[in-house]
Design a binder for this molecule. Structure first.
Ligand code: UD1
Ligand code: CA
Length: 482
């Protein structure tokens, strides 16, 4: 573990290339904001203090960061005058809080969500072991365009970081770049920050100028090249956002496969960072598991499901389903083609079948809603079966009301339950019943008058049609009855 550590996360820039109302670092990757990923990584390195520099849209970025890291120190950079200025503002905030940073100060950007704690920890440890004033986490890339280049002397020692806009032709050919992650000796950083100048192509205070200033003072500087340059890739536009999202997803899936989850088609399976899966879960193609979804052992999800903040029980089977804030019990079956809205709870071994929409519905253990139904604001007791095409009419145009179905009730096809209404334990309803009044336990509800058949109706009212012809052919020589 590194010694005393302060981490400064820069999150003040606007991110104009995203062309978004939403501040860049608040865009999600795998269900977490970019800055959320960076803060999670930084926290794993256990720094004594995390300082976040905010500027653009700080009324949104600041509270978000504080929610994720309650003891964060927020530093406000009113005007974005460069990375050096941002770090100066951060250090001033630390001093203003009555703290004196010792040991190492790490600087990271809030738009590099792929950075991992191991890499950061190793970088900090190497920096300390080498007793450097500044260390650069560098990377060798195929296309260094846009990055600051790590310039070395004939002996291979790091001399400076030169920004793209300030670089000579020869320097631009260098493929070793500054990832942006720098480690400083705290005392050196405090001393050097006031000496930065904005006499450069962008007219900004460059944090990277600290490297040649350290060299000039005869201090140690060095670069630590990361093997996996992907980790330091920043997100500046939507194309990079998509690419980063895919890399993050691949990582998450690799982790779950390693933990015993079957992912049949990683290319079409998306799992958010905060999802929890268990061994022997199977994810079929086209599955998105979002938010805080939790899937227990032996459950099979997919193909083609989107589940957000859902809890899926052991051995459950969820097929072609869209669900949000739903709890599915062990051994239960859902879909194909089900829509589970918030507040849906399905008991153990229950069933929500094909073309069924549920909302605020508690469906008991072993209870079944197999086909073509809407179940809103309802409670269905253990072992009950709801007939095909049943509508729980929960809304009278003004208010919503609840329907309760007891245990082991069997309701007929094509029913309408006009809430508020209660169907008792062991009760039944006939096909096509409109239930407006409570049905006592064990009773059978029948609504509507007896059926009437109007004889030869098609022959007179649909004369000349195929319907009338078919009727005439069937009736030919047959005694009619009514
Ligand atoms: C910076 C580095 C460059 C490096 C590259 C890696 C400098 C001078 N250059 O260049 O060597 O290769 O990152 O991506 O450091 N920020 C603030 N306040 C500011 C300016 C920036 O908070 O006043 C934040 C931005 O929000 C961003 C980060 O610092 O997260 C980097 O700033 P940016 O202007 O994008 O630096 P680059 O020109 O990319
Ligand atoms: Ca940048």
């Amino acid at each position: 573990m590194p010694g005393e550590l302060t981490v400064i996360v820069l999150a003040a820039g606007g991110g104009t290339r995203m062309k978004s109302k939403t501040m860049k670092v608040l865009h999600p990757v795998a269900g977490r904001t970019m800055v959320g990923h960076v803060l999670a990584t930084v926290q794993q390195v256990r720094p004594r203090r995390i300082v976040a520099v905010v500027g653009h849209q700080r009324d949104q970025v600041g509270p978000h960061i504080q929610e994720l890291v309650p003891d964060v120190l927020l530093a406000v950079q009113e005007e974005q005058r460069g990375t050096g200025h941002a770090v100066r503002v951060a250090m001033e905030a630390v001093l203003a809080a009555g703290e004196q940073p010792e040991g190492t100060v790490l600087v990271a950007y809030a738009d590099t969500p792929l950075l991992e704690a191991d890499a950061l920890r190793r970088f900090a440890e190497e920096h300390e072991a080498a007793q450097r004033a500044v260390s650069i986490l560098s990377g060798v890339v195929a296309d260094p365009h846009g990055y600051g280049r790590v310039v070395r002397n004939a002996d291979g020692e790091v001399e400076a970081i030169v920004e793209e806009k300030d670089a000579t032709e020869e320097q631009r050919a260098v493929r070793e770049i500054n990832s942006g992650i720098l480690a400083f000796d705290a005392a050196f950083l405090r001393e050097v920050l006031p000496r930065l100048s904005d006499d450069n192509a962008k007219g900004e205070l460059y944090l990277t100028d600290t490297v040649h200033l350290a060299r000039e003072a005869g201090l140690h500087v060095g670069a630590h090249a990361i093997d996996d340059v992907e980790q330091t890739e920043g997100v500046n536009d939507r194309a990079q956002l998509a690419r980063t999202g895919r890399v993050m997803n691949e990582r998450i899936l690799a982790r779950w496969m390693d933990a015993g989850v079957t992912v049949m088609d990683p290319a079409t399976t998306w799992v958010d960072a905060d999802v929890v899966l268990n061994p022997d879960v199977t994810l079929l193609p086209g599955v998105q598991l979002l938010g805080a979804t939790l899937v227990a052992e032996d459950a099979v999800i997919g193909p083609d499901c989107t589940l957000k903040d859902c809890e899926i029980g052991e051995g459950a089977r969820v097929t072609r389903t869209h669900g949000e804030l739903a709890v599915i019990g062990p051994g239960a079956k859902v879909g194909p083609f089900a829509y589970l809205r918030p507040g849906t709870t399905l008991g153990a071994d229950g069933k929500i079948g094909t073309f069924v929409e549920t909302k605020n519905a508690v469906i008991g253990p072993g209870a079944k809603v197999p086909h073509l139904s809407y179940v809103g604001d309802a409670e269905i007791g253990e072992g009950s079966n709801i007939g095909a095409g049943t509508i729980f009419a929960n809304y009278d145009g003004v208010a919503k009301s609840r329907t309760t179905v007891g245990r082991h009730a069997k309701t007929g096809a094509n029913n309408t339950f006009v809430a508020p209404v209660e169907i008792g334990d062991g009760a039944g309803t006939a096909g096509g019943t409109v239930v407006r009044r409570d049905v006592p336990p064990g009773a059978l509800a029948v609504s509507g008058g007896p059926q009437r058949n109007l004889a030869r109706w098609a022959l007179s009212k649909r004369a000349g049609t195929s319907q009338a012809e078919a009727a005439a052919a069937a009736l030919d020589g047959v005694e009619e009855s009514t």
